[in-house]
Design a protein around this ligand. Structure first.
Ligand code: F6P
Length: 550
């Protein structure tokens, strides 16, 4: 019902794109810009407070319309409708996929198994509002009556990356007296380094885990619980621990009063959950009103995604461009570079969103796919990364399409800082597109007074092939609404890619094997069981590490 009848790479639109890619390989972007003075206008989309300029891509009318045709043939529009309607498009887990319901601001009913999910969502949103306000106003206080000012989010993957990224992105909106911490890694260092900064009397732990069985989260939560109980005694737990989960039983078993539990539902995937109670830490930090603005920004993009014509549909266009390079140019990576320090965790967040959603090799038709799926996503804040991996992006042997995210106004406008930052991002995108020919490099060397021999020796090193693609997304400022928009754009982009690749973007079975094996290795490392069934490398490593730890 949700898959394609025919493998997408056997269809006419795929074949057409193969031809188009062959043709486009011979075309230079700088020539296309020279020939068409309206290129930027033509390949830009303005929506709400966001501008996407995708003109610096290897596309022209023919190739772009061939991409749009691919979306049509893959039935993207129908799949969008199915997702928003609450159909069980997560077929391997038989679940609906309704993170969009969490920000359904007009509150229209959405049914799963004949039941409208909105009343439950609204109930939990009201609970988030009440609780976050009570903490911020000092009405919900710690065991000894002190205000809770240190909020520790304990969670991993989707129960960490979204809240952490969004809280950092919106740091300017934090209440002055509130500090947030994110404890995710099982590494004791992560736990100890945070606990060392805290005072038990003023600390609130939010244990976030969809399943409430994740070993990292539960181990960290147990350690924190012990730390708190040692300082304040068992009765303090009710005032210092809350849980966010879909699993009431496990929360109760852990010893958190289910009154202090915020629910969400199996129709919300972990990596799509920052809009749910998993975002509680965000609501406490920035206030519920701002949290709602974030939901509104995402909702605006949801409506855009559902209704905008394909050529003007931001998530759809971004997905098609990504597929263009991934499947027709053999490109295996994609960089996301926000030119805003507050967005420094966005690339890590997107790594999970994109690679956990679409890093798959079995299609919805239960056959192995015979084309590339998710690229490697990486990135970091500009301008920092210009001084690390940009050498490769400009002169490496493979092209790396980039997304540049640019707020026109900084939250910290001091001196020329932001203008220099902006000049850099615009320069990077232009440089990637234009490059520098060998004769241009030679002319520059000549102007710098270099000898003929030196010019001959250096001009190749100093040249840039150019023709390297990038998208620029410009916002006015990264505020809660804008952040909501930005994240929703990437969620829907990821969705469209999954639809076209005919995979289920909403399970994550690939993370299970390593987890299972770690559980077997643990007692072997601890010496309570023998590791005879391992390969010789694992076996030797277990005994070597055991010797070192003795
Ligand atoms: O890494 C696998 C995963 O299941 C992610 O999908 C999820 O975000 C993370 O673990 C945490 O899971 P939970 O919220 O259930 O603790």
């Amino acid at each position: 019902m949700f898959g394609l009848k025919k493998e997408i790479n056997k269809g006419r639109s795929w074949k057409r794109l193969e031809k188009q890619a062959k043709r486009m390989r011979k075309i230079e972007m700088r020539d296309m810009f020279d020939k068409d003075l309206k290129r930027a206008e033509k390949y830009s989309i303005k929506f709400d407070n966001m501008l996407l300029d995708f003109s610096k891509n290897l596309i022209d009318d023919k190739s772009f319309s061939a991409l749009l045709k691919l979306a049509k043939d893959a039935k993207v529009a129908e799949r969008i409708e199915q997702m928003f309607a609450g159909n069980k498009i997560n077929t391997t887990e038989n679940r609906a996929v309704l993170h969009v319901a969490l920000r359904n601001k007009d509150n229209h009913p959405i049914y799963v198994d004949g039941k409208d999910v909105m009343p439950e969502i609204n109930r939990v949103l009201a609970k988030i509002k009440n609780f976050s306000e009570a903490v911020r106003l000092g009405k919900f206080v710690g065991h000894s009556g002190k205000k809770l000012t240190h909020i520790v989010n304990i969670g991993i993957g989707g129960s960490d990356l979204g809240p952490k990224m969004a809280s950092e992105a919106l740091k300017k909106y934090w209440a002055k007296d509130i500090q947030c911490y994110f404890m995710s890694n099982i590494d004791g260092t992560a736990c100890v380094e945070i606990l060392n900064k805290l005072d038990p009397e003023t600390t609130l732990f939010i244990v976030c885990s969809k399943t409430f069985t994740t070993i990292e989260t539960l181990t960290n939560a147990k350690t924190c619980r012990r730390w708190l109980v040692d300082a304040l005694g068992e009765p303090a737990v009710a005032k210092h621990f809350v849980a966010v989960s879909t699993n009431v039983e496990e929360v109760a078993k852990f010893g958190i009063d289910t009154e202090n539990m915020f629910e969400f539902w199996d129709f919300v995937g972990g990596r799509y959950s920052m809009w749910s109670a998993i975002g509680l830490v965000i609501a406490i930090a920035i206030g519920y009103e701002n949290f709602e603005k974030m939901l509104s920004g995402a909702y605006a993009v949801d409506k855009h995604f559902k209704t905008a014509e394909p050529a003007k549909n931001i998530p759809l266009v971004l997905a098609l461009l990504s597929i263009w390079y991934n499947n027709f140019f053999g490109i295996r990576s994609h960089a996301v570079i926000p030119y805003d320090q507050y967005l420094c965790y966005l690339p890590a967040y997107l790594q999970q969103l994109v690679m956990e959603s679409n890093g798959k090799l079995v299609g919805r038709d239960n056959k192995f796919v015979r084309y590339q799926t998710a690229p490697v996503i990486f990135g970091g804040a500009g301008t920092d990364v210009q001084h690390s991996f940009f050498q490769m992006i400009h002169q490496g042997t493979s092209m790396v399409p980039c997304d540049f995210i640019v707020p026109a106004i900084s939250h910290n406008e001091i001196g020329e800082h932001h203008e220099i930052l902006l000049a850099n991002v615009l320069a990077q995108s232009e440089a990637l597109m234009k490059g520098k020919t060998m004769s241009e490099a030679a002319a520059e060397l000549k102007a710098a007074g270099k000898s003929k021999e030196e010019i001959t020796r250096l001009k190749k090193y100093k040249s840039f092939k150019g023709n390297r693609p990038s998208n620029i997304m410009v916002f006015k400022k990264i505020d809660p609404y804008t952040l909501g928009m930005l994240v929703a754009v990437y969620e829907h982009k990821t969705f469209v890619e999954g639809v076209i690749w005919n995979i289920n973007s909403f399970d994550q079975m690939g993370v299970e094997l390593g987890k299972q094996m770690a559980l077997k290795i643990l007692p072997e490392l601890q010496g309570s069981r023998d590791g005879s069934k391992h390969d010789s490398s694992t076996k030797a490593l277990i005994s070597y590490i055991r010797r070192l730890r003795r």
